[in-house]
Write a protein that binds this ligand. Sequence first.
Ligand code: AMP
Ligand code: GLY
Length: 431
Amino acid sequence: MKILVVGGGGREHAIIRALKQSPACTEIWCAPGNGGIGYDARCKDIKATDVEAMVAFAKAEQFDYVVVAQDDPLALGMVDALAAVGIPAFGPNKAAARIEASKVFAKDLMKKYGIPTAGYETFDDPARALEYIRAQGKWPVVIKADGLALGKGVLICEDEAQAEDGLKEIMLDKKFGASGNHVVVEEFLTGPEVSVLSFTDGKVVKPMVSSMDHKRANDNDTGLNTGGMGTVAPNPYYTPEVARRCMDEIFLPTIRAMQAEGCPFQGCLYFGLMITPDGPKVIEYNCRFGDPEAQVVLPLLESDLLTVMTACTGGALADTEVKFRDGAAACVILASGGYPVHYEKGKEITGLTDGQLPGAEDVTVYHAGTAVQDGRLVTAGGRVLGVTATADTLPAALEKAYAAADKIHFDKLHRRSDIGARALKALAAGK
Ligand code: AMP
Ligand code: GLY
């Protein structure tokens, strides 16, 4: 099969490395990809959001299968457009992608079908929203822009002044564009967060190994929210008991709800969960693999990724095994200093040969934002590399990942030094 992966970050690199292990994968491309992905796939410089150009390219190059890995092309209907020209693709169609693309849609779905989530109201008028927040008088309160906002459309407001500013930013100043035409105002929940990515063909859902993201830029969960500074899998808070409850109360009801709404979800459905004192609740859905969750989940996948993906597309997941190996994985993100705000690009990266660390066993370097300039590998984004290690235990995986990360250098490199620390504490407390 000749395969095209749409996107250009560490997640796409992880998907490509996993797909390449399939005997059925004979040729693999990535659009737009990036410099480091170029060591593993042919890259074609088409914007992931340029649906028309992507579909024309896929048709002209006669791809057998396309994996749409990024949220915005899914929300724009790239899978529908590919289907219209007869090319099967992994990922939800436009109607199903609303589960991520519209928080109002997602929240109303959960309310209608009794899926546990934070209590909320939706508003299209900032004055009404503020009135409601005042009347509730409960702090902090969470305000979310309805649409996609690069993970930055969520505000946790400690008081009325912050809520007023936040509503103004989202709804009047339109900091996130049309995404801020509506907002969700919701109750603040507490508890550890767990990411569960799942494969689904619209009828059957098969969860992957659980993981834990580290969203803040700096150690001890301080600094700004980022796309994710590191991940570990499995997540120790996702006990067998929690997993059972999630399957019965959240995963299956969500799949059935999407079916009942006439938009069955096919692809990777990501459940962002909080394990609250009242049980697991949905914080958010994503309509795709998480980044950098994919960089720890896929290295633990024992089953053939291409087989599982095509089973999702073809409605045959019930008969397809999805197996993960025992053990653990850890991913440490190497970012450009200043990310997620201002950072420089074009810094030479040293320590890698053809994008990987020579001699580092059980270690893979995923390229999130790199370019090759005059034969040199340079930084080209906020998140630059994800260094993943697998091992029998989480402590061993973390040690290997950090030892590997120590061998990679570029000017103004920033990374967290405490990826996995919370998970290790939870493991120690569980003993
Ligand atoms: P989201 O973009 O929806 O994943 O939100 C970003 C982060 O904000 C989440 O990972 C949580 O840490 C936090 N968050 C979102 N919603 C809530 C909530 N209702 N209560 C507490 N924290 C929340
Ligand atoms: N790492 C969180 C996300 O992919 O949305």
